[in-house]
Design a protein around this ligand. Structure first.
Ligand SMILES: O=C1NC(=O)NC(C(=O)O)N1
Length: 308
């Protein structure tokens, strides 16, 4: 039995990786992810210049998930470019490089430098950060998304995918899929946190930024995450892989993302809570489910969710 999975021309030892933003901002955090049991890993979404991010408290674990308004704290593009160039695909993890420029110009500058570098991994262009005051989530503006992707693919020729926010309307799924199908995307990652939620403890909000509004992750979002994975799996070209993200706490959750059509599965909140030991546990739990069902590899069941 193996948990190998492919995105484009890359094969990963197993289908698990971190969600961008979780335990992947510093060199030490990235080195832990590079050498743990996950099949791949991804850097914290970066901006051209380093950022402090929003004031703390800005991340809180909750019983049923998490809430965050980090505000894209990161060490700056140069640090992550240097890291991924030195990473040299040791452990065959094909590191993913996450970008979240604060403007199209900033994204194009970063992509130009990556294009002109020896980087051989995959770029995940984050179009869905909900936590920059005054900045809308690009991927909720369909016309803007089309403009951005036209510019991106006019310059960038290496494998690239986009990180999407959750959608909640069938027409929105169709409109977004129609746009995405126009471009040589290698994958889409569904979903980013459900933006601008509010958690109250007694009489007080729990995070400082934006009056306590933040992105929700964890068990709260799994039904929405699975729906987005499923819809884009059905609506997008077959050569655009889906990376599932949202609500993965155990092997059953991984199995469900794969059933919906995901090729890779990202772990966010649970990785934050449990540390990288979570990958060992998820692998054991997924293997047990596959063993029970007689599945020898992921392709035996990926995308085969049954309808009534
Ligand atoms: O894209 C993002 N999603 C989140 O939920 N949080 C981070 C952030 O705020 O940096 N970014």
């Amino acid at each position: 039995m193996n948990l190998e999975s492919k995105i484009y021309d890359r094969t990963f030892a197993n289908c698990l990786m971190n969600a961008s933003g979780v335990k992947c901002m510093t060199f030490d955090e990235l080195e832990v992810l590079r050498t743990a049991e996950n099949g791949s890993f991804i850097t914290k979404s970066c901006t051209l210049q380093p950022r402090e991010g929003n004031p703390s408290p800005r991340y809180i674990d909750l019983k049923l998930g998490s809430i965050n308004s980090m505000g894209l704290p990161n060490l700056g593009f140069d640090f992550y470019l240097d890291y991924v160039l030195n990473e040299n695909n040791r452990n065959n993890k094909n590191v993913f490089f996450s970008l979240a420029g604060l403007s199209l110009e900033e994204n194009m500058e970063m992509l130009k430098q990556i294009q002109n570098s020896d980087f051989k991994g995959l770029v995940e262009l984050n179009l869905s950060c909900p936590n920059i005051p005054g900045k809308p989530q690009t991927a909720y503006d369909f016309d803007r998304t089309k403009v951005v992707l036209e510019e991106v693919f006019s310059l960038y020729k290496k494998p690239l995918g986009v990180k999407l926010p959750p959608y909640f309307d069938m027409v929105h799924f169709e409109m977004m899929a129609e746009i995405l199908n126009k471009f040589p995307l290698k994958f889409v990652t569904c979903i980013n946190s459900i933006g601008n939620a509010l958690f109250i403890d007694n009489e007080t909000v729990v995070i400082k930024p934006k009056g306590g509004f933040g992105g929700i992750g964890g068990a709260y979002v799994k039904p929405t995450a699975l729906a987005n994975v499923r819809m884009f799996y059905k609506l997008l070209r077959n050569d655009i892989a889906i990376i599932g993200c949202g609500g993965v706490e155990n092997g059953r959750d991984v199995f469900e993302h794969l059933l919906c059509g995901a090729s890779m599965v990202q772990v966010g909140t649970q990785l934050m809570k449990e540390g990288t030991d979570v990958f060992h546990r998820l692998i054991l739990e997924l293997k047990e489910i596959m063993q029970t069902k007689g599945y020898k590899n992921i392709e035996d069941f990926r995308g085969s969710l049954k309808e009534l």
